[in-house]
Structures are given as structure tokens and as C-alpha cells.
Design a protein around this ligand. Structure first.
Ligand code: NCD
Ligand code: ZN
Ligand code: ZN
Length: 346
């Protein structure tokens, strides 16, 4: 196959940040994707309807000319968030979903939830008004190994949530383990999972190849090869539980190349090229559309995009190594896949 046309994709897990970084990274999503679920972990986090609407305005104001991109906003759950705010966010359409960050689990999660029981009234309301719960699924206990945090979360937190809220729709974000693949695929269709670009391409060796590689560090951290292979099987299977969430997470270079480097990989500029390569390697190019363009809308109950994009079997020629950020000496480094890319978006 040398050319592939698919329904325009969406990104169901994206960090756009704000200010100059937003301005720098937004075109890479807005020019290619129809919609994106925009993560709320700003400083300060997006915890109210008003903040979500203001953030959405800021995004729309920076859209490239002619872009029809639609940002879908999310609410950052805290111990003290009121169920009434969830209700208002659902009724006004300001929130498409709400995001659970266990406190301390990842970038800008310090205002997150310290004990899941603290948000049970909020989850009750989310179930009632049918607002999906998006989860960064890692425990934070210091005695749990960083590579085991996702599997332990499934056992200790996710399983009880699903049992206690049998109608709540839940997305396990950026899954990284075969345990998560098995767990999610055994659930009903009210449960889904996003898979990132990079977790399909790298295993944990990439973080230490010849030295420490801060630009390969994200959370959940990449796992062993067997887990990458399980993720590839899930993504390329066509199973509608699994859909694209790039988790593109830009950080300025000096904040990654740092004594305490930030977690997050910026992959918006080359995700579709990477995916075409992965799906071709798996002999599953015919499943790329399901993963990137169909399964997400089905979970969220929205129509698929009405136009298409075309990929061609040609090395890409427009992917920068770094995206410059106005007013900063540092830019944002783009994810470097392990092999040269062989597909381009036309
Ligand atoms: C994300 C970020 O930088 O905001 N980082 C990451 O490593 N994935 C946060 C997140 O999605 O957990
Ligand atoms: Zn996360
Ligand atoms: Zn993320």
C-alpha cells in the first residue's frame, strides 16, 4: 500500500498548556485533528466551568486561520470540588469529561485527589449526569515500584470505582501494560483506554540508551518490551475499547534536561506518521482508522469527523526536531522515533 485515506483523526488526550507554549504547539494539532480532549493540568489547574471556558477561548484565539479544530474541555478533580460544578459543566457543555489525577502521580498533579473516597459524591454526580471520568491510573505509594504503579492502581482503585459506579463511563488514560490491556478489553463498552504514540514505539530501554534520555521520560513510564507488544496488539486489533490519545505533553527543553526533568513527550508533530509506521509493521493499516478516527467518537457518543486525511508512503519532510517558543531561548523537542519515518501526511 502506498497511500491511505482515513476519516480525520481526533486526539483523545492532549496537553496544550497555555501562553507562548500553547501558541507554539497548537497548530500541530489544529491543522490535522478534528477534535482533542484538552487536559486541565495547567498552573493553576482548570477546576471550574469559568476556567474551562476561559481556557477554551484562549485556545480558539490562537487557532490557525481556517482551522475547524474543536477543543473539548475537561475539569481537574480535586478533593474539594463540588458536585454542583460538575452538574453545571455538563449542562452548559463546558466539560466533556473530568480528570482524576492521584495527587503526586504526574506533572502538575499536586492539587489532585489524595484519597478516592474524597470524590465519591463527585463521581456519583458524574454517573448521574453521564460525564466520563478520565483517569491517570497510577498509585503514588513510595513502596510501590514505578514500573508496577499502573497494575496496582487497576487492582486497588480502578476495580473498586467500576464496581461502586456501575453506570459511570471511564477512560483509563495512556495505558502502558499488558495487565491494563487485558483488564480493559474484558470490560463492557462503558470503559475505554487511550494509548499514546510513544508507548507503541519505545520500551523502557529507550530511556537509558547510552546514557539518560530525558526526552524519552514520561508518565506512566515506558515498560518492558512485552508490554509494548501488548499495546501494539491492542491498538491494531480494531477493538473499540482502544483509541488514540497522544498524551503529547510539551515541556521546554531546559525543563526536561534538568536535575529533576519534567515528565512528558511532545509528539503532536509526528504522531500520524508514527502510527502509520506502527500499523504497517503490524500488518494492520486497515485498522488505523478505527484506532485514530472511529473508536474515540464511539466512546464519547459524538459523530466521526466529516472529512478525511491522506497518508503517503514517503519519508516526511516537514517534521521539525524542535518547535520554537516565542520569548524563550528554549523550544520543545519533538519525539524522536527509534527508526526513520516512512509515511507522511499529505
Ligand atoms: C503529562 C504532562 O506533562 O502534563 N506528562 C506525562 O508524562 N504524561 C501529564 C500526564 O499525562 O500524566
Ligand atoms: Zn497522565
Ligand atoms: Zn497526559
Amino acid at each position: 500500500m502506498t497511500s491511505l485515506t482515513i476519516i480525520r483523526p481526533d486526539d483523545w488526550h492532549l496537553h496544550l498548556r497555555d501562553g507562548a507554549v500553547l501558541k507554539a504547539v497548537l497548530p500541530w494539532t489544529a491543522n490535522l485533528y478534528g477534535r482533542a480532549i484538552v487536559m486541565p493540568n495547567l498552573k493553576p489547574p482548570v477546576t471550574t466551568v469559568d476556567a474551562a471556558l476561559a481556557y477554551k477561548e484562549q485556545i480558539l484565539a490562537h487557532l490557525p486561520a481556517g482551522s475547524n479544530f474543536e477543543p473539548l474541555m475537561t475539569c481537574y478533580l480535586t478533593d474539594s470540588l463540588l458536585p454542583s460544578e460538575i452538574k453545571k459543566g455538563k449542562e452548559t457543555g463546558a466539560f466533556t469529561a473530568a480528570k482524576l489525577y492521584p495527587a503526586g502521580a504526574t506533572t502538575n498533579s499536586e492539587h489532585g485527589v489524595t484519597n478516592i473516597k474524597n470524590i465519591y459524591p463527585v463521581l456519583e454526580m458524574m454517573q448521574e449526569v453521564d460525564l466520563p471520568l478520565l483517569i491517570h491510573g497510577e498509585v503514588t505509594d513510595s513502596d510501590i515500584d514505578i514500573f508496577d504503579r499502573e497494575a496496582v492502581f487497576i487492582e486497588r482503585v480502578l476495580t473498586p470505582i467500576l464496581a461502586d459506579f456501575p453506570e459511570l463511563r471511564v477512560v483509563s488514560e495512556h495505558i502502558t501494560t499488558s495487565a491494563a490491556v487485558d483488564f480493559i478489553s474484558s470490560q463492557s463498552d462503558r470503559v475505554g483506554a487511550t494509548i499514546t504514540t510513544h508507548h507503541l514505539m519505545i520500551n523502557r530501554n529507550a530511556i537509558f540508551k547510552g546514557g539518560i534520555r530525558p526526552h524519552m521520560f514520561c508518565l506512566p513510564i515506558a515498560k518492558r518490551e512485552e508490554h509494548r507488544l501488548a499495546l501494539r496488539r491492542a491498538a491494531t486489533s480494531g477493538d473499540s475499547h482502544f483509541f488514540l490519545g497522544t498524551d503529547s505533553a510539551p515541556h521546554l527543553t531546559h525543563l526536561k534536561e534538568n536535575d529533576c526533568g519534567c515528565a512528558g513527550i511532545f509528539n503532536s508533530p509526528n504522531t500520524m506518521e508514527c502510527l502509520a509506521q506502527v500499523f504497517e509493521e503490524e500488518g494492520a493499516l486497515d485498522k488505523l482508522e478505527a484506532f485514530a478516527s472511529l473508536n474515540g467518537p464511539r466512546f464519547y457518543g459524538v459523530p466521526v469527523n466529516s472529512d478525511t486525511i491522506t497518508l503517503e508512503k514517503q519519508p516526511p519532510n516537514n517534521i521539525p526536531a524542535e518547535v520554537a517558543v516565542e520569548g524563550s531561548d528554549n523550544g520543545v523537542q519533538v519525539f524522536t522515533p527509534p527508526e526513520p519515518l516512512t509515511w507522511r501526511v499529505c
